[in-house]
Write a protein that binds this ligand. Structure first.
Ligand code: AP5
Ligand code: MG
Ligand code: ZN
Length: 224
């Protein structure tokens, strides 16, 4: 199964993506995670991406398209994949379509998480991420058992450089302007499954599973 999860910054793509990847045993491919790791390692890719990321702007299309092109050829994508944070522009969606077309593959569902801006800012301000395993926490909504320490691996938790209020606002503007049209792009192909992104993490996950597994029935009732 080939999935895309799309939604504004803080909508829960990473959180839900991990649960989806586990349930369907497919890799979660997050361009944001790949880029952050490159920045940490100081690789050539990291050097190219760093300035845009700090400003909350998009990294150039050719850079992220190259990442995805490499990643999709790896063996673990054979049974499917979940793209988190890609495509983010119509040009990236076009590039993905031609990449998949060459391999005779298609996207099955585009999971679109819908949520209000006010909720997003609170989520992003309080987010903490594990340096070692990437697990995500929130200091009020989903706190670790021990402050600053990952429940799963004992690694230390950090705050992302782009989770400052000003950068969050720029990311939200960029999302509306550049990624909004990507939803239209997939809507015209009938692939968008919109999910209410409010509520607790488990409830949202159940909504997603329901739509993936009973999507047809939902579509007939017109309740997306
Ligand atoms: P990226 O890493 O993709 O960031 P983003 O899209 O801004 O989204 P986030 O990762 O911030 O949020 P999320 O939706 O994953 O939410 P999360 O689950 O963490 O991209 C970062 C940057 O990289 C971009 O700005 C750009 O520069 C570059 N980039 C990446 N991809 C690119 C591309 N394709 N093209 C060009 N540039 C690219 O949840 C957020 C918080 O909320 C967490 O603390 C979590 O614990 C909490 N939370 C989650 N669910 C709930 C809930 N139901 N209730 C309460 N709290 C919750
Ligand atoms: Mg994320
Ligand atoms: Zn960890």
């Amino acid at each position: 199964m080939n999935l895309i999860i799309i939604g504004p910054p803080g909508s829960g793509k990473g959180t839900q993506g991990k649960l989806i990847a586990e349930r369907y045993r497919i890799p979660q491919i997050s361009t944001g995670d790949i880029l952050r790791e490159a920045v940490r390692n100081g690789s050539a890719l990291g050097v190219k991406a760093k300035a845009s990321m700090i400003r909350g702007e998009l990294v150039p299309d050719e850079v992220v398209v190259g990442i995805i092109e490499d990643r999709l050829t790896q063996r673990d994508c054979g049974k499917g994949f979940l793209l988190d944070g890609f495509p983010r522009t119509v040009a990236q969606a076009d590039a993905l379509e031609s990449m998949l077309g060459k391999r005779g593959m298609v996207i099955d569902h585009v999971i679109n998480i819908e949520i209000e801006v006010e909720e997003l800012i609170g989520r992003l301000r309080g987010r903490r991420t594990c340096r070692r395993c990437g697990a995500m926490y929130h200091f009020t909504f989903n706190p670790p058992k021990k402050e600053g320490i990952c429940d799963q691996c004992g690694g230390s938790l950090y705050q992302r450089d782009d989770d400052k209020e000003e950068t969050i606002r720029s990311r939200l503007r960029v999302y509306a302007r550049q990624t909004g049209p990507v939803i239209q792009y997939y809507a015209s192909e009938g692939l968008v499954r919109s999910i209410n992104g409010f509520g607790c993490i488990d409830d949202i996950f159940h909504r997603i599973v329901e739509v993936i597994e009973n999507g047809e029935a939902y579509a007939k009732r017109g309740s997306y």
